[in-house]
Design a protein around this ligand. Structure first.
Ligand SMILES: Nc1nc2c(c(=O)[nH]1)N(C=O)[C@@H](CNc1ccc(C(=O)N[C@@H](CCC(=O)O)C(=O)O)cc1)CN2
Ligand SMILES: Nc1ncnc2c1ncn2[C@@H]1O[C@H](COP(=O)(O)OP(=O)(O)OP(=O)(O)O)[C@@H](O)[C@H]1O
Length: 198
């Protein structure tokens, strides 16, 4: 099972990395349009708290969407690998002038500032990176288990989960992923081409 997941990771990361800079740019524009449309269709939560990610490894580029959401005054939060347990994520406010540092994978994170952390239960939307997704809304990530371990806390504490939205290129779609007991299925996947809903 884990070998199968590792193989899918390797293949899809390769496909994603072969997208050109131009294709990435067009995809980032479409993501901005599609997510804006998606937000409009939700019962508007004014100034919704949105967890997003800082793109890495040819992931769907969130930089244009981030600028757009800042312009609309949505508070944004980036995942930070917990400095003590090293296995879960917390979400810290991300503003244009936030001091940043690279985590152990070289991905930029806001520098720890306790007053800027969003309690997990207060996130309204969580836009998640992923390597592959399937027809049932299952998500395969980079293999650290960071999102699954973080999402497990919602069940444990009986908190209401944010709307879980995976962001991906269309080439990251596979018909069916091998699923593990800890995998938390997504509510939506937004690609530059379409919006999937379960
Ligand atoms: N943009 C982004 N931010 C994110 C995630 C993500 O997937 N994307 N994460 C989602 O959980 C967390 C970081 N998880 C990651 C896990 C593995 C690798 C990675 O590059 N692994 C290398 C091996 C690196 C090593 O061990 O030194 C590899 O597989 O090539 C990157 C991020 C938190 N932030
Ligand atoms: N809820 C959980 N409780 C305990 N261990 C977990 C949990 N979720 C995941 N793990 C552990 O994390 C490891 C990686 O999980 P998995 O392969 O699903 O990560 P991923 O979804 O690809 O990564 P990520 O969420 O960081 O993008 C697994 O080997 C598993 O043991």
């Amino acid at each position: 099972m884990s070998e199968k997941r590792a193989l899918i990771r390797q293949q899809i990361r390769k496909a994603r990395n072969s997208l050109s800079k131009f294709e990435q740019k067009i995809a980032a524009e479409s993501l901005k349009v599609n997510f804006t449309q998606h937000l409009k269709q939700q019962k508007t939560i004014k100034n919704a708290h949105i967890g997003i990610y800082f793109s890495n490894d040819a992931e769907l580029d969130t930089s244009l969407l981030i600028k757009d959401l800042w312009a609309k005054n949505h508070p944004l939060y980036l995942p930070v690998i917990h400095p003590f347990n090293g296995t879960t994520l917390y979400f810290q406010r991300y503003e244009e002038n936030s001091p940043m540092r690279a985590n152990r994978y070289g991905i930029l994170e806001p520098k720890l500032n306790c007053s800027q952390i969003c309690p997990l239960a207060e996130l309204d939307y969580l836009l998640m990176p992923l390597v592959a997704f399937d027809d049932n809304g299952n998500r395969l990530g980079m293999g650290g288990g960071f999102y699954d371990k973080t999402l497990a806390r919602y069940e444990k504490e009986n908190w209401q989960k944010p709307q879980l939205i995976g962001l991906a290129h269309q080439c990251q779609h596979v018909p069916s992923l091998p699923v593990e007991s800890w995998d938390v299925p997504l509510n939506y996947i937004i690609t530059p081409q379409k919006i999937y809903h379960w």
